[in-house]
Ligand binder design. Structure first.
Ligand code: GDP
Ligand code: MG
Length: 177
């Protein structure tokens, strides 16, 4: 975290999307504050959190936006997507329906987004492997077909969360610089 005099070279807006309760807010809490809360309330009001990091000697401020509990189809407004250079499309590996909805989230995202937006598919709750309802192979195949990065994460156990955000931010950096 930078001090008052820190010069910011880039600000990257990244949006979190995906069905309700897949863990978007907890992924953000983990990345921005290294926190997790079991009884996270449904998000109220459009929120973003920032974290400043160094990529390739440059100071990058990641501004990560979290949905305001607008996860119903088409309820996310275009203002949410405006200016975003990256998106994390999250499903819950234990809830098949959240994966089945990924394609329509992608469609919505692409209808709003910049063409060279970097998109990452995230299968969250990897700590719940015994309840798995979406195979890694299915997700990988979908991601490859759509040209997305893919990782499974656990916000609860802090597995792959840092690497997921760093991967998307580094790729955004490559695209914009
Ligand atoms: P959102 O609606 O997508 O923002 O989802 P939340 O972040 O509010 O999480 C919904 C529920 O899933 C909460 O009860 C969280 O505690 C839980 N949750 C989030 N991430 C994980 C995870 O990685 N593993 C497990 N087991 N539960 C999680
Ligand atoms: Mg939320």
């Amino acid at each position: 975290y930078g001090g008052l005099n820190q010069k910011i070279d880039y600000v990257f807006k990244v949006v979190l999307i995906g069905d309700s309760a897949v863990g978007k807010s907890q992924l953000l809490a983990r990345f921005a504050r290294n926190e997790f809360s079991i009884d996270s309330k449904a998000t109220i009001g459009v929120e973003f959190q920032t974290r400043t990091l160094i990529i390739d000697t440059k100071t990058v401020k990641a501004q990560i936006w979290d949905t305001a509990g607008q996860e119903r189809y088409r309820a996310v407004t275009s203002a949410y997507y405006r200016g975003a250079v990256g998106a994390m499309l999250v499903y819950d590996i234990t809830k098949r329906q959240t994966f089945d909805h990924v394609s329509r989230w992608l469609e919505e995202l692409r209808s709003h987004a910049d063409n060279n937006m970097i998109i990452m598919l995230i299968g969250n709750k990897s700590d719940l492997g015994s309840l798995r309802a979406v195979s890694i192979e299915d997700a990988k195949e979908f991601a490859e077909r759509e040209g997305l990065f893919f990782l499974e994460t656990s916000a609860l156990e802090a597995l792959n969360v840092e690497i997921a955000f760093l991967t998307i931010l580094t790729d955004i950096y490559r695209v914009v610089t």
